[in-house]
Design a protein around this ligand. Structure first.
Ligand code: 3PG
Length: 217
């Protein structure tokens, strides 16, 4: 069985106008809506809420209910139970930091598209043989940054990537200049310290700076 074409089309539609994917860890329930609103005020329409904290799942459900205009991805999905839970919570898509056979198989039959995380050509091939054509690259910076993505364009001409890990305001343009980069992800627009200080104005400022650069693509 291969990943259905409509999964790729769904991902492409979700990212057609979107080149930034903030990666968000939620530590306090009270932060969820103001944080999303601060990002939205900076032009961010799509977020990845990770399951790295116990509040991740309920944050996805809350945002789907209270901010239906936002596109909410679920990140750091690492096993079948989490995949089922994020589908149930209403996530629009799921992101994994790496691949397992179990996760790749689940993504073939899921109601929501999966963006599997890869770090090597061999991992791309493991997904490619099942029909996957869209991947997260993690951790992008330490793996080689834009030069790695450029190298992947050789053998994988119909594949597009969302690099994350170690990306910041200073490097987004280098990634987005590449045809095989669909979007860049990362936590720099919502730093842990700003969330802890409930400094929503700073998060809007960082988001505006990022969307201004990304919009110039
Ligand atoms: C991710 O899961 O994509 C990363 O944790 C985000 O990486 P960053 O914090 O270096 O942006």
């Amino acid at each position: 069985m291969t990943q259905k074409m409509d999964m790729i089309e769904t991902l492409d539609a979700l990212f057609a106008e979107v080149t930034l994917l903030p990666v968000i860890n939620i530590e306090r329930e009270a932060d969820i809506l103001p944080l999303a609103d601060a990002l939205a005020a900076g032009g961010i329409t799509t977020l990845e809420i990770t399951l790295r904290t116990p509040l991740g799942l309920s944050a996805i459900a809350l945002l789907r209910r209270e901010r239906p205009q936002l596109c909410i991805g679920a990140g750091t999905v690492t096993d079948a139970a989490q995949f089922a839970a994020v589908e149930q919570a209403g996530a629009h898509f799921a992101v994994t930091p790496g691949i397992t056979e179990e996760l790749l198989q689940l993504g073939l039959n899921s109601r929501i598209p999966l963006l599997p995380g890869i770090a090597s050509a061999s991992e791309i091939l493991a997904g490619y043989r099942l029909g996957y054509r869209r991947f997260k690259v993690f951790p992008a910076h330490v793996l080689g940054g834009p030069a790695l993505l450029k190298a992947f364009a050789g053998p994988f001409q119909d594949v597009r990537f969302c690099p994350t890990g170690g990306i910041g305001q200073q490097s987004i343009s280098d990634y987005l200049a590449l045809d095989n980069v669909m979007a860049v992800g990362g936590s720099w627009v919502a730093p842990k310290t700003s969330i802890a200080a409930a400094d929503w104005a700073e998060i809007t400022r960082l988001s505006l700076a990022a969307t201004a650069l990304a919009g110039q693509r």
